[in-house]
Design a protein around this ligand. Structure first.
Ligand code: UDP
Length: 482
């Protein structure tokens, strides 16, 4: 009887991420963290991703007491899945068809013996239709937004940028005529930044462009949620968080999530991985004698390089004469190509001092003693993993929040160098030399990186800001239990 009462009183979070790995993985980390703090979790996938997630990273979680996976249909057919605009179709289909099955699911769960009723709903950005599910169920909702705080603020402000006439661009020439350098100095909590740094979504000539509109609507709709959860920590973004909290009083900064997981769940991350991790790259790193000698190169799970960009990176790496580990996943190169697109003479020239992997255990790689620099697309997960590992970066942003992330990495946090948008191999070499060589600037960046690493560790340790915020969030979820 006592145990049954306790079960009924347990907070139960039904979690639904937008179904792509960039949303699923941070949401799954949050799910594990909440579960480790005693919250009952139902993690809902689309049927399309369900099996794959269980196969690649979810198996360890399935069947654990108080943790369940469920699935709902996403409403797409094979033609939709093969279409170039499949993400747009997925977004629209979920909004159209996914609310009622989620409401039904929550109600069914509440009728099962031994399962506490759903007491809150957690969704990721781009899944704002789930706010309506929570409203229908009469429970509070929390949004985990996968970017930095500054990335979130920039997305919110896309609305003002449109209202003030900065976007959409008047015509294509504005992409290259210097207009993107226009200073933006009126966003509270942020230093002056270039218009082009705010987000890739300002780079559009379409009035009411889909990406621009959806992003800003999704971010602004977070105001309907009870709380906003961010994968960052207070010390990293204090000014912008101060301004954000004026508008959103309940912001839970619980990152870096990778560090929080390491500390509280005691194993690496689980997640949806589309590619097999290459374990041999760890042995290759082990065999590198010098601490901090290897440049790790990866552009995340989505970026696509043109053949020209691939050549500039490849020949820059070749000319640097330093060892490097490069993740060239299938599809990284335009035309759905991967490793096979690397020039043969580049492979011959760098033989003996490089490892090319399709995919790797990135968090482990970054924390390996041999790794001393990260050439990255500045995705937020990669950026936080690098900060936590204390590894300085060379930034090559190309999409969404990657521009503002690299602006902060290089300008505010002093842990990186940015490549020009027009990639040149000479600059790739020069940046590698500056970052990894013995010069003063490299030294300074390494010092700053070590300081941020220590702050990230402290934030996620008992008594630290992120540690306390996770506990506060769990407390808040418990308070909601009727
Ligand atoms: N990642 C990985 N192995 C790789 C390359 C990337 O595990 O070989 C992971 C990385 O650790 C990060 C995620 O993929 O968690 C990439 O996320 P990010 O936000 O940096 O970029 P996106 O893929 O969303 O563009």
């Amino acid at each position: 009887m006592g145990a049954a009462m306790a079960e009924e009183k347990r907070a139960h979070a039904m979690m639904f991420p937008f179904p792509c790995s960039g949303h699923i993985n941070p949401t799954l980390k949050l799910a594990e963290l909440l579960h480790s703090r005693g919250v009952h979790v139902t993690f809902v996938n689309t049927e399309h991703n369900h099996e794959r997630l269980l196969r690649t990273g979810g198996a360890r979680l399935a069947g654990r007491d108080g943790f369940r996976f469920e699935s709902v249909p996403d409403g797409l057919d094979d033609e939709d899945r093969a279409a170039p605009d499949k993400t747009v179709r997925l977004y629209l289909s979920l909004r159209r068809s996914c609310g009622p099955p989620l409401v039904d699911l929550a109600r069914r769960l509440g009728e099962q013996e031994g399962v506490p009723p759903v007491t809150c709903v957690v969704l990721s950005g781009l899944a704002s239709f789930v706010l309506g599910v929570a409203e229908e169920l009469g429970v509070p909702s929390f949004v985990i937004w996968g970017t930095s705080a500054v990335g979130f603020v920039c997305t919110l402000r896309l609305r003002q940028l449109t209202q003030r006439g900065y976007t959409p661009l008047k015509d294509e020439s504005y992409l290259t005529n210097g207009y993107l350098d226009t200073p933006i100095d009126w966003i509270a909590g942020m230093p002056t930044v270039r218009l082009g740094d705010i987000s890739s979504f300002v780079r559009t000539v379409e009035p009411n462009g889909f990406g621009l509109r959806v992003e800003e609507e999704e971010a602004n709709s977070c105001a309907r949620a009870q709380g906003l959860i961010l994968n960052t920590f207070d010390e990293l973004e204090s000014d912008v968080l101060g301004a954000l909290r004026e508008e959103f009083p309940r912001v839970y900064t619980i990152g870096p999530l990778a560090a929080a997981m390491h500390r509280r769940v005691d194993h690496g991350a689980s997640g949806l991985s589309l590619w097999e991790e290459d374990a041999a790259c760890m042995a290759w790193l082990d065999a590198q004698p010098a601490v901090g000698s290897v440049l790790y190169v990866s552009f995340g799970s989505l970026a696509v390089l043109s053949l020209d960009q691939l050549a500039e990176f490849a020949w820059g790496l070749a000319a640097s004469n330093r060892p490097f580990l490069w993740v060239v996943r299938p599809g990284l190169v335009a035309g759905d190509r991967g490793m096979e697109a690397l020039p043969a003479d580049f492979l011959a020239e760098t033989k003996g001092r490089r490892f090319i992997a399709e995919w790797c255990a990135q968090e482990q790689v970054l924390r390996h003693r041999a790794v001393g620099g990260f050439l990255t697309h500045s995705g937020w997960n990669s950026t936080t993993e690098s900060i936590w590992a204390g590894v300085p970066m060379i930034c090559a942003p190309g999409f969404a929040d990657q521009y503002i992330n690299s602006r902060y990495v290089c300008g505010e946090w002093g842990v990186g160098l940015r490549l020009d948008e027009q990639l040149r191999r000479e600059q790739v070499v020069a940046h590698i030399e500056e970052l990894m060589g013995g010069g003063e600037k490299g030294e300074e960046m390494r010092r700053s990186a070590a300081e941020w690493k220590a702050l990230a560790e402290a934030a996620t340790a008992p008594g630290g800001s992120a540690y306390e915020n996770l506990d506060k969030l769990v407390e808040e979820l418990r308070l909601e239990v009727p």
